[in-house]
Design a binder for this molecule. Structure first.
Ligand code: C2E
Ligand code: MG
Ligand code: MG
Length: 689
């Protein structure tokens, strides 16, 4: 028996390769098509058998009616009936098999195909037998009718047997070839009918071949389309997989970069950016939370760093960061703000936040204060904590950190190792400001102010060239309050306008009344910008001079560098111009601490700059640079340079060497009363200088 798989494959290839665009039909595809063809053949099986049965029965009935029936016909019909039943049963079994096995194995395929082909060939042979047996024995109409039935069956077989190429052809030939031959060679040959039968057979063979080809090609195309779709799916999957992988990798890389940008390299904690990003994200994800920022500043860390080494300092920072990490849950943030400063940002509902802060601080104290052992050193680290709460203010994270930082600085000032709450600090500060303001309002009426005078000495001659008037306040409620504290509050509340006028009047009067003071010695009055920008400031000054009788060229006004920052610079310059024109001198006070105004000195009629005492007291490299530059530029502008805050002979010597024109400071005299004969000298320290 020929291997039909190979046969169908070869036939399919031979017939349809050109039809499917020259694409070769592969082994796998051929196998699939063969299975489909067999399925179709068995699906057509019942029709094939019913036609056989019906045609056979009709023929025998016709012979019987026409009196041509022979016993052979009945036997033949019985055999056809049996064969049809077997074939139908076989078809039924095949259906059951296919219901259970979706992919028919090769062995089963061969077995069932063999059964089918054998049955078809056997059926075909039965028809050959009938043709050979009956055609020579009947004449006329019976002969024609037999041939018509056989031709009809051949026509039906071209479709029904289209799935089986060679067997279909054998069947067709078995139907028509024997009668055609018999018709030509029998005793009374019927050549026309024979020729017709042969022509019809040829036509049926061609039709069958075409049907088979169409069938075969449609199956091949079906699988090729399926393959194409599967291919596309596969490619899509690959592309999707690749895209997904790429996305994951991009995400991973972004995450890595974000980690680098938002984390501190030494400790792995959040850095400044990380804390800010965490806060913004947290606020977006839960708008109802309140926040507390704990600013943790290690105590005396500089000693570890400088005394042991920076490497040990780094280890300490790492150890502290790990210990702090154990005290802070994942819903909060821990970061390193810089140097030895750490930040904890706690997020919780309003009512839970305060107890949470207390718990975390206690835990952190316990954890961090445990001794740290690093390369043979046992170190004890403490810290100061400043706390700021967001409650009710909706501040930015920068504001919160700033407040917590201020509170931590306050702890450092008032003794390390404890905790300061910014809110409490703020409250205390506000309360103090309020009481200072209230006390200030009563101070003038209660005659609580006094003025002390501090001389400014000419660097060359040693003469007192100016007395600076410095306001003193001994409050009945608050006791002695420093001008550094009450002047800013007085400026804020505009009380400075009256207080300043009072001070000026008192100082001018004192100088005017003091006959012992040289007639060339001047009085310097500190004036706030708030006073200068008052519309009648110059009038007020003129009035004071007129009232006290002091010559205008004996008056000096000290203004701070902040005049260059203010928006009213033009107005300030106009007022100062006016006063300068009256012979009043203008000094820039606390020079070097504020707005860098060296280049703008020419905008204001200035006679001298007073280098701030902070530079003189520090007298380090930076301070020297500032002082030298100030002296250089001031001299270029033709201004005098006065150094204030000189406390030692060394400072004086150095400053004189640098080229200052005049000096002021505790080394020469503390602020005290005007040195008149009838006045008892009482300096700020009660010590006559
Ligand atoms: P300022 O005008 O720079 O005054 C100099 C300050 O330095 C004074 O402080 C003075 O006591 C202090 N001082 C002088 N020599 C030394 C020294 O050798 N060492 C140290 N450590 N300090 C020295 P004071 O009197 O406490 O005044 C503070 C500031 O208050 C003044 O700084 C001035 O800006 C302001 N102020 C004082 N009185 C008035 C006033 O009547 N009106 C205005 N607007 N401000 C005033
Ligand atoms: Mg001053
Ligand atoms: Mg000053």
């Amino acid at each position: 028996m020929e291997n039909n798989a190979g046969l169908v494959g070869r036939i399919g290839k031979r017939l349809w390769d050109p039809g499917i665009g020259g694409m070769p039909v592969g082994r796998e595809l051929t196998g699939k098509v063969q299975r489909d063809l067999l399925d179709l053949a068995y699906r057509n099986n019942w029709a094939n058998n019913l036609v056989n049965l019906a045609a056979g029965a009709s023929l025998v009935a016709m012979f019987w009616l026409r009196g041509d029936l022979v016993s052979g016909n009945v036997i033949w019909l019985a055999v056809v009936g049996i064969v049809s039943c077997i074939r139908l049963w076989s078809g039924y079994l095949y259906r059951l098999l296919r219901e259970n096995i979706s992919e028919l194995p090769d062995a089963l395929l061969r077995k069932w195909r063999f059964r089918y082909q054998t049955a078809v060939i056997f059926t075909g042979l039965l028809w050959s037998v009938l043709g050979l047996m009956q055609i020579p024995t009947v004449q006329g109409e019976s002969q024609f009718l037999t041939m018509i039935i056989l031709a009809g069956m051949a026509g039906g077989a071209t479709g029904i047997l289209a799935p089986v190429f060679l067997v279909g052809r054998i069947y067709l030939c078995a139907l028509l070839l024997p009668p055609a031959v018999i018709l030509a060679v029998m005793a009374e040959p019927n050549y026309i009918l024979s020729a017709l039968a042969l022509v019809f057979l040829l036509v049926m063979l061609v039709t069958h071949r075409n049907n088979h080809a169409v069938l075969f090609r449609s199956f091949v195309l079906k699988y090729q389309n399926q393959g194409l779709i599967e291919d596309l799916r596969q490619k899509n999957r690959i592309t999707e997989d690749w895209n997904a992988t790429l996305e994951i990798r991009v995400e991973q890389r972004t995450e890595e970069l974000r980690n680098l940008v938002e984390h501190d390299a030494l400790t792995g904690l959040y850095n400044r950016d990380g804390i800010v990003a965490w806060f913004e994200h947290k606020k977006r994800s839960d708008a109802l939370l309140d926040y507390a920022v704990l600013f943790i500043d290690l105590d005396r860390f500089k000693q570890i760093n400088d005394g042991l080494s920076h490497a040990i300092g780094d280890e300490v920072l790492r150890a502290v960061s790990m210990r702090l990490g154990e005290c802070v849950g994942p819903e909060h943030a821990l970061g390193r703000w810089g140097g030895d400063e750490f930040l904890i940002v706690l997020a919780a509902p309003h009512l839970e936040l305060h107890p949470l802060v207390e718990d975390v601080i206690e835990l952190a104290q316990q954890a961090v204060t445990q001794p740290i052992n690093i390369v043979g050193h046992t170190l004890h680290v403490g810290f100061s904590t400043g706390v700021a709460f967001s409650s009710g203010r909706n501040p930015s994270i920068s504001e919160l950190i700033h407040w917590a930082d201020l509170a931590a600085a306050e702890v450092k000032r008032s003794g390390r190792g404890s905790v300061h709450n910014y809110d409490k600090m703020l409250l205390t500060e506000q309360e103090r400001r309020l009481s200072v303001t209230q006390a200030l309002r009563r101070a003038m009426g209660a005659d609580e102010f006094d003025v002390k005078y501090q001389p400014v000495i000419d660097a060359v001659t040693g003469d007192i060239i100016v007395y600076e008037a410095l306001l003193r306040w001994n409050s009945g409620v608050l006791g002695v309050v420093s001008p550094d504290e009450f002047i800013p509050i007085a400026e804020e509340s505009a009380l400075i306008v009256d207080i300043g006028e009072w001070c000026m009047r008192r100082a001018c009067q004192a100088l005017q009344d003091c006959a012992e003071v040289s007639a060339t010695t001047k009085i310097a009055i500190n004036v706030s910008i708030r006073q200068i920008v008052m519309p009648n400031f110059a009038d007020m000054v003129s009035r004071v001079l007129a009232d006290t009788g002091l010559s205008s060229d004996r008056l000096v006004l000290e203004v701070t560098e902040s005049i260059f920052e203010k928006r009213q610079t033009t107005q300030i310059a106009r007022v100062l111009d006016q006063l300068h024109a009256m012979g009043i001198e203008i000094y820039i006070d606390d020079f070097g601490t504020g707005y860098s105004s060296l280049s703008r000195l020419h905008e204001i009629p200035v006679d001298a700059v007073k280098i701030d005492k902070s530079f003189v007291l520090a007298m380090d490299e930076n301070a020297r640079v500032v002082i030298e530059a100030a002296i250089l530029i001031a001299h270029r502008f033709g201004l005098k340079v006065i150094a204030e805050g000189i406390e030692t002979a060394e400072q004086r010597t150095e400053l004189l060497a640098m080229g200052v024109d005049a000096c002021q400071g505790f080394f020469f005299a503390r602020p005290g009363p005007m040195p008149c004969r009838d006045t008892q000298w009482q300096s700020d320290t009660d010590q006559p200088v």
